[in-house]
Design a protein around this ligand. Structure first.
Ligand SMILES: Nc1ncnc2c1ncn2[C@@H]1O[C@H](COP(=O)(O)OP(=O)(O)OP(=O)(O)O)[C@@H](O)[C@H]1O
Ligand SMILES: [Mg+2]
Length: 248
């Protein structure tokens, strides 16, 4: 048995094989955030390891089961990465609508592609985001989720990191996913922070043969032999996507 499947009852019915432990770790961090401690977590793993699946499951929990948790989310995208503020605008979209008159928190978003921001503009947007998060967390906890942070435009990455570095003793959880193979795409200063001591990293390890058996049973109603499960792990490297979506 693995650490993930020794978590007792939760592992039994947990929809993602082998990830009950990681989910429990996220719940634990959320409990700490609710007490007023900023949390910063990076879920890391190769493509197909289940970063998005785990992130979405946790966000579903935050939106439905957990009371008083507000979710702001963004998803990095290869094409959108060329637009400064693409990620930032996704996060802000989820905030209450503000009329132009009410919008006093910083410069309005540019309507089209922006090549890059000046350092002053970055600090300005960071201050806007920070002010909003501080305001929101007075009513409950806030989860700021960014899937595929390595695909975020550089301006948004800088803004987010600026805020993550400075926010303390607030009920805010920053939850990011990162594919380590793509880490070189992240600017060095940002990567230093994401790999530094302020950040909890949760690596999504390859699935074990036992976990592959669990997936086969729960998704396909198949009882795989230990030998077959071993073979599948060897063949797929224990990458969840290759197990659930076998090549044609
Ligand atoms: N532990 C798991 N048990 C069962 N299915 C899983 C598990 N983890 C992931 N999956 C499934 O595997 C597929 C790939 O997962 P997902 O998209 O979350 O990977 P990813 O790490 O986000 O990949 P990428 O880096 O390419 O975005 C999805 O269909 C997902 O539902
Ligand atoms: Mg993903």
């Amino acid at each position: 048995m693995t650490a993930g499947s020794t978590q007792g009852e939760m592992a039994e019915d947990f929809p993602l094989a082998g990830r009950a432990g990681a989910f429990e770790q996220l719940l634990e961090i959320l409990r700490s955030v609710r007490k007023g401690n900023v949390g910063t977590v990076v879920l890391s793993g190769p493509s197909g390891s289940g970063k998005t699946a785990l992130l979405e499951l946790f966000l579903d929990h935050c939106r439905t089961a957990a009371r008083g948790v507000r979710v702001l989310s963004a998803m990095g995208d290869d094409w959108e990465a060329q637009f400064a503020l693409a990620g930032y605008s996704q996060l802000m979209r989820t905030l209450p609508l503000r009329t132009a008159k009410d919008y006093d928190g910083g410069p309005a978003l540019a309507p089209g592609p922006v090549a890059s921001l000046t350092p002053d503009q970055v600090v300005n947007y960071a201050s806007t985001l920070s002010t909003h998060l501080e305001g929101l967390q007075t009513h409950g906890s806030v989860v700021v989720a960014v899937d595929d942070v390595h695909k975020l435009d550089e301006a948004s990455l800088r803004i987010l990191t600026f805020v993550m570095r400075r926010l303390h003793e607030k009920r805010v959880l920053f939850l990011l996913t990162l594919n380590p193979v793509d880490a070189p795409r992240v600017p060095a200063g940002v990567l230093d922070f994401l790999t530094g001591h302020q950040v909890v990293r949760i690596p999504l390890e390859p699935l074990s043969p036992q976990q592959v058996q669990d997936v086969a049973r729960s998704l396909f109603g198949l009882d795989l032999s230990a030998t077959a499960a071993h073979g599948l792990v060897t063949h797929t490297g224990g990458i969840a996507r290759s197990v659930v979506e076998p090549a044609p």
